[in-house]
Ligand binder design. Structure first.
Ligand code: ADP
Length: 192
């Protein structure tokens, strides 16, 4: 299996690149952000809980996020592996993912692909996305800056953990979408 952690701050292009990677390598994408938005749209209990954090630009607590992820990983699939998009976002989630991938899939994380984008470009991109996405968390600069702050205080350390395992690969997330995809493809080809 190829199991990719797609990593990077909000607005770094994880969703876009995940889309290209799943097509190229026949992978299944699990986006915790998409799963939360699906629950919010359907007004489930989980959606209501998630909304109270997401609308402030804060992370949803680890336990509910991890439970939601496990349910997805357990669903049968004929994909060649997974792309984890937006998970892990904390050190605790990183350890949980390792355990889940081992226990449920009898596999391991192959690589952490990290999209690097300057903060001011992130803010610009997210405000622009907010004009059409309808996402409440893209709607104002204060919430966006809080998401970036959460990234540095809670999520950035995830990178350190994958670095220690020799699984961390940085890719410049600024440029043409296809050009960035080609760089990601090249890394995955090498580890396949
Ligand atoms: P972005 O990468 O643009 O921030 P996402 O769709 O990945 O967008 O996430 C949107 C929001 O959902 C996050 O700001 C956070 O509140 C919540 N969320 C998503 N994934 C996680 C996670 N792994 N742990 C905690 N909260 C999460």
């Amino acid at each position: 299996m190829i199991n990719i952690v797609l990593f990077g701050p909000p607005g770094s292009g994880k969703g876009t690149q995940a889309h290209n990677l799943i097509e190229k390598f026949n992978l299944k994408q699990i986006s915790t952000g998409d799963l939360f938005r699906y629950n919010m749209k359907n007004d489930t209990d989980l959606g209501k809980l998630a909304k109270s954090y997401i609308d402030k630009g804060e992370l949803v607590p680890d336990q509910v996020t991890t439970d939601m992820l496990v349910d997805e990983v357990k669903k049968p699939t004929d994909a060649a592996g997974f792309i984890f998009d937006g998970y892990p976002r904390t050190a605790n989630q990183t350890a949980e993912l390792e355990r889940i991938v081992k226990e449920v899939l009898n596999s391991e994380i192959s690589v952490c692909l990290s999209l690097v984008v300057d903060d001011e470009i992130l803010v610009e991109r997210l405000l622009k996305r907010g004009e059409t996405s309808g996402r409440t968390d893209d709607s104002n600069e204060e919430i966006i800056r809080n998401r970036i702050k959460e990234y540095y205080t809670k999520t950035a350390e995830v990178a350190e953990l994958y670095k220690q395992q020799g699984k961390y690969v940085k890719i410049n997330g600024v440029g043409e979408i296809d050009e960035i995809s080609q760089k990601l493809f090249a890394v995955v080809e090498k580890i396949k």
